[in-house]
Design a protein around this ligand. Sequence first.
Ligand code: ZN
Length: 349
Amino acid sequence: MSELSGKVQTVLGLVDPDQLGRTMTHEHLTMSFECCYFPPPLGDEEVAENPFQMRHMHWLRQNPYSCHENLLLQQETAAVREELLAYRKAGGGTIVENTTTGIDRDLPTLRQLAKDTGVHVVAGAGYYVDCTHTEATKKMSEEKLTDIIVSEVLHGADGTDIRCGVIGEIGTGWPITESEKKVLRASAHAQAQLGCPVIIHPGRNPAAPAEVVRILQEAGGDISKTVMSHLDRTIFDEGELLEFAKLGSYLEYDLFGTEMLNYPYNLEVDMPSDSQRVKTLAFLVKEGYEDKIVVAHDIHTKNRLTKFGGHGYSHILKNIVPKMLMRGISQHQVDKILIDNPKHWLTFK
Ligand SMILES: [Zn+2]
């Protein structure tokens, strides 16, 4: 464990934290999202069968989960390689690739992409949401799950010697299921042993992030080394957001580039625009949380790649950063969000 202390663990081995550079803290380079397929609106079945035409691009942005083909990001490794080279060119250094067990983590591909592009890639240990837990996973004891997660970090995962550098994204829904609670507690135990970073996918309810923090804390987790993902679709009220921020986790806005009218997984939610996301970041900075903000795109479907008319992995660097500067976030604060905060989070204690 002392070997890991003070280092960041990438798929190519340990690196000095100062080498990371600008970091997206929640992305996917290869995965399957078939677990979350959502049937297309009535009458749109034919479009869903053959969506990758210019005239269907708007439909695809509005209904990304209603087309099986669109959910197979793992088929686009060549396009992702190109994207990563563009990301480097745009000033990017590191990507946290937090695909976990249940959505087709592919560590050899991550290692190859890191080698081919020079982008540092940090892989994720642990398990996604309940509907992707196998019967075997559901039957495992907390201790067994802890051992597996620890081993994925110390020795390698999925039968490879490629080691994970972060626990998560650990998937939870709302309400949080028994199996998800067990995985959360195992993640906290593993974090206590390893001093490593953790990242959480909360359920779609404003109360979900705080409930996850409570479970992690009770199991000995280190909230100051934990990222709460997807806040942009979870907590909308400013007062509630500040209440949650007080708990001390990193606050992640990671759906940059996603602008859709009807969010199929929770129709109550009005998915914010990128402008609204930047506004929320400026609010959090003003309230003193500049050391706790991290950002990403959470690319998990094909249509978000530039190959298919999407925004790609460089959208934040190219389009969002100038907007942040225009909305009163200073260059120094931008650098904290993109470089310093991810670095501190990813460094093993
Ligand atoms: Zn994700």
